[in-house]
Design a protein around this ligand. Structure first.
Ligand code: URA
Length: 301
């Protein structure tokens, strides 16, 4: 009901308790009321809830120099992530979380506000993994500091209002060269420019940053700038990973807690596997799903 714009969640609960809501003709008062919004007829105070738009879930391999927003600031005229998705519903989708202008990789776009909230709210503790290339050879003591947590400034309305320690992260060195280190960093928080600030904080400027996984979802089979719909299986596994009550997920538990162990997650999104797209149509990873179009931008491949 709240998603359909009837009222706030709290007010909707009061309406249910007050006997104002029927499901398939029956008054419901006890919560939770489990309904299928696409199948069940829900009437609130005599008015039927309109059928909601079908849920759409898109994975984009974000190129650099692209803003994660639906509409850029007036006059800025930069390419947005929505510009890259030639899908009939693109204008109704919004990005799940934010990648910086220069950051590459896995970005989800959807019209499912509930799932988007669960994937991004720190209390659900959904892990995000980044492949990071930094300048310099990352020293063992700096790895230990990053894993343990470092203090990052907290800013509000352009002013520094204090500093907070980062939650535990997982860090794996992929390659150490003379002048650069490649690593995988997995974190469950999503503070502003967190990866760049953490690495810069211990003295290693980030040269390249790419998100390669979000919860159980992996970025595979999409060239830079390409997109596809998630398969039904991918959507199911994502929902499952954010189900309240799941270890490390749900209100009241903090997956970003210090010392929290990473949840073992079933990985989906690998290459070479095909399945059904989120609305039931066939989609193969690396190929456009519902709309047989995908675009590779001329820039930043
Ligand atoms: N951390 C960053 O610093 N930037 C991103 O875009 C995502 C995570």
């Amino acid at each position: 009901m709240a998603d359909a714009g009837v009222a706030s969640r709290r007010a909707c609960e009061e309406m249910i308790q007050g006997g104002l809501v029927t499901v398939n003709g029956e008054i419901v008062r006890e919560m939770p009321v489990l309904v299928d919004p696409d199948e069940d007829r829900i009437v609130v105070d005599g008015l039927a809830l309109p059928k909601r738009d079908p849920r759409i879930y898109i994975m984009l391999n974000k190129p650099s120099r692209t803003v994660t927003t639906n509409a850029d600031e007036p006059g800025a005229n930069r390419r947005t992530v929505i510009d890259l998705v030639e899908h009939p519903a693109a204008k109704r989708l919004f990005p799940v979380g934010r990648l910086d202008f220069e950051t590459l990789g896995l970005l989800l776009l959807t019209n499912d506000g509930e799932l988007a909230n669960r994937l991004t709210h720190p209390s659900y503790g959904v892990a995000k993994t980044y492949r990071v290339v930094v300048r310099g050879q990352l020293a063992d003591e700096d790895i230990a500091s990053l894993e343990e947590g470092i203090y990052l400034a907290e800013r509000k309305e352009g002013k520094t209002v204090g500093a907070a320690r980062t939650a535990r992260v997982q860090l794996e060195i992929v390659k150490r060269d003379r002048d650069r280190t490649t690593l995988h960093l997995t974190l469950k928080e999503g503070r502003n420019r967190q990866v760049r600030r953490m690495l810069a904080g211990v003295g290693y400027p980030v040269k390249k940053l790419e998100r390669i996984a979000m919860g159980p979802l992996r970025l595979k089979g999409l060239a830079r700038g390409e997109w596809r719909e998630l398969t039904r299986d991918e959507v199911r596994v994502l929902r499952d990973a954010t189900r309240p009550g799941k270890k490390g997920a749900g209100k009241g538990t903090s997956g970003g807690e210090r010392g929290a162990e990473p949840r073992s997650e079933r990985s989906v999104g690998g290459s070479g596997r095909s399945g059904q797209s989120s609305d039931g149509r066939t989609a193969a990873p690396g190929r456009a799903g519902a709309t047989p179009k995908r675009r590779r931008p001329a820039r930043d491949r």
